[in-house]
Design a protein around this ligand. Structure first.
Ligand code: NAD
Length: 303
């Protein structure tokens, strides 16, 4: 099969593109390199430096059996100040990718969505049936993308799979709480500023598990449209992550807090997903939190 990966020079998309190649697929990557790096896109993939919001994507879509749409602005925090950019990149971008699929006759679409679509859920772990009430522009934009994926599945027969990921971490990630703590501790090994009160508690999973979750949902889905949660069964506080990153770096810094029970506008205080629907497709997470954290910090150190 020919698979198109948008955002394939980014963190998750590059790992997914490698796995698709490993499984014998032909891969075409579309990425504007706004945050991705050309060196991270696998060499065996075709690469088009294009912007999903404005460029013609028809060449890349031609003959594709599936499109894995991972290009987005993934930042919750900047979606509060740059709301229009988030809307354009995520909603308009997804709409244009779906339109390109429709015009090229692509019959399978996979969307990288997020736990942020639920907002402050009161049911923990949160199942897919929980009402989506995002509290960030990022979460709202992804929910709109999901709605278009559902609409295109039912209107044009593009079978669509939505993955609502918990926080993902691992080599090539250049954003998120672990990355942030590592960079801060490199600058000042004695002190670490934690956004909020350190008690925000969320689920994190390793990038190889995120890739296998995507492939398992893609293969296991029967209906025209499905949304699957993907994450682990455990959650970790910002304080706990700060201690672990510090200890992996051989440091025991003093923590300071910016205060409040959220790190930033739109930050969810508590997130843990019920992944039983995805597990029924045969998927389970393989890398434990501390093991993954060690691998990630080793990678950060080696750069
Ligand atoms: N990392 C996480 O914890 C996480 C959690 C939930 C969902 N997601 C979703 O997974 C996907 C991948 O996230 P990531 O963490 O790998 O982010 P990333 O920033 O590393 O990757 C995104 C890639 O998309 C590209 N891109 C962005 N806008 C583009 C545009 N307009 N045209 C073409 N390319 C564009 C970037 O250059 C980058 O290579 C995103 O859709 C994100 O919302 C990520």
């Amino acid at each position: 099969m020919k698979a198109v990966v948008t955002g394939g020079a980014g963190f998750i998309g590059s790992h997914l593109a490698e796995e698709l190649l490993r499984q014998g697929n032909e891969v075409a990557i579309i990425d504007n390199l706004v945050s991705g790096s050309p060196g991270d896109a696998p060499k065996k993939a075709e690469f088009a430096k294009k912007d999903i919001v404005r460029d013609d994507l028809s060449n890349e879509m031609e003959g594709a059996g599936a499109v894995f749409h991972f290009a987005a602005d993934p930042d919750v925090r900047s979606s509060a100040t740059g709301s229009e950019a988030t809307f354009n990149n995520n909603v308009v971008g997804t709409f244009r990718v779906l339109e390109a699929c429709r015009k090229a006759g692509v019959k399978r679409f996979v969307l990288a969505s997020t736990s942020a679509v639920y907002g402050d859920a009161s049911v923990i772990p949160t199942p897919e049936t929980y009402p989506c009430m995002p509290i960030s522009n990022y979460g709202a934009s992804k929910l709109a993308c999901e709605a278009y994926a559902s609409s295109y599945a039912h209107t044009y027969g593009i079978k669509s799979t939505v993955l609502r990921f918990a926080n993902v971490f691992g080599p090539r990630s250049n954003h998120g709480v672990m990355f942030d703590f590592y960079q801060k501790l490199k600058r000042d090994p004695k002190k670490l500023e934690i956004l909020g009160n350190g008690k925000q508690e969320k689920s994190y999973f390793y990038v190889s598990d995120c890739v296998s979750a995507t492939m398992s949902a893609f293969r296991g889905q029967k209906a025209a449209f499905e949304a699957y949660n993907a994450g682990t069964r455990d959650k970790h506080t910002a304080d706990e992550i700060a201690r672990l990153v510090g200890s992996e770096m051989g440091l025991s810094p003093e923590f300071t807090y910016t205060g409040g029970d959220r790190g930033w506008a739109g930050d969810v205080r508590l997130m843990l997903l019920d992944c039983s629907k995805l597990e029924k497709t045969g998927w389970s997470a393989k890398i434990g939190f501390e093991q993954g954290m060690k691998l990630y910090v080793d990678w950060l150190r080696s750069r």
